[in-house]
Design a protein around this ligand. Structure first.
Ligand code: F6R
Length: 259
């Protein structure tokens, strides 16, 4: 696992966008796994800027989003469909037919989940997966529990997730209780993973993740410790508790200036 501690959110976003851009330049038909939420907004802004400056071409890039709220239609401003178009797809040249997001309104969720996994397989799996992390250690909406599912599935959102995401809905009662998410198998099979964490509210989970050397279904992100090619980029606030536990400040941390 490669660790980069960025000075602030802006620097984290710039480094993440540079890494994504490099991968697209190496492989113009990159299969890119995308996340929503607050964390990647700055990364999307940077990628849009690079595109507008003529430095990046998304015309052959294939995208797969991690998740969608169950029951929200694509034109619902609170849906992840809406978020993705508004913050990214409307401003770059990803072809509409290359965009994939689980359909939260599919009448048969099991069928939709199977279809989604088939599509990912058809493109040979995810080349680069962008991830945020929940305060409870979830990735995608793979929530802590006794077991984690490998394939795309309908899941109940954990109470911590409902609380954290209430900010997008006005009140906790408005947050959908369920979501369709890719499973841990899809994430772990990605060839390369980029995990972003920003802000003091992520400091405790990042310290737990990076300091524990243990894998547990109670911290879904801990499975990333088993992956061969994970880059974690945190801003200073998210790294705060981890950094104070000096034992792990070692050669694994790459200077942000290298990126
Ligand atoms: C979003 C997703 C979630 C978020 C996580 C962090 O598509 O899959 O795992 O990455 O909940 O959300 P923010 O960035 O809003 O703190």
């Amino acid at each position: 696992m490669k660790l980069i501690i960025a000075g602030d959110y802006q620097e984290m976003s710039r480094i993440a966008a540079n890494i994504i851009a490099e991968e697209i330049k190496k492989k113009p038909d990159l299969v890119l796994g995308l996340a929503t939420g607050s964390t990647p907004l700055g990364t999307y802004r940077e990628l849009v800027r690079m595109y507008k400056e003529g430095k990046l071409d998304f015309s052959r890039v294939i995208t797969f989003n991690l998740d969608e709220y169950y029951g929200l239609s694509p034109d619902d401003p609170r849906s992840y469909h809406y978020y993705m178009y508004r913050n990214f797809f409307d401003h770059v040249n990803v072809r509409p037919e290359n965009i994939h997001i689980p359909d939260g309104t599919a009448p048969d969720v099991e069928e939709e989940s199977r279809r989604y996994d088939e599509e990912i397989k058809k493109f040979g799996g995810i080349d680069l997966q962008l991830l945020g992390i929940g305060v409870n250690g979830h990735i995608g909406f793979n929530e802590p529990g006794d077991e984690l599912l490998t394939a795309t599935h309908l899941t109940d959102l954990a109470p911590d997730t409902l609380t954290a995401n209430a900010r997008f809905f006005g009140s906790i009662d408005e947050v959908p209780r369920k979501a369709i998410t890719v499973g841990l198998g899809t994430i772990m099979q990605a060839k390369k993973i980029l995990l972003l964490a920003s802000g003091p509210e992520k400091a405790a989970i990042m310290a737990e993740l990076l300091d524990d050397d243990a894998v547990s279904t109670r911290v879904p992100a801990s499975f990333l410790l088993l992956h061969r090619d994970v880059t974690v980029i945190m801003d200073k606030d998210a790294a705060e508790i981890y950094k104070n536990r000096a034992k792990k400040i070692d050669a694994a941390i790459q200077p942000a200036s290298d990126f």
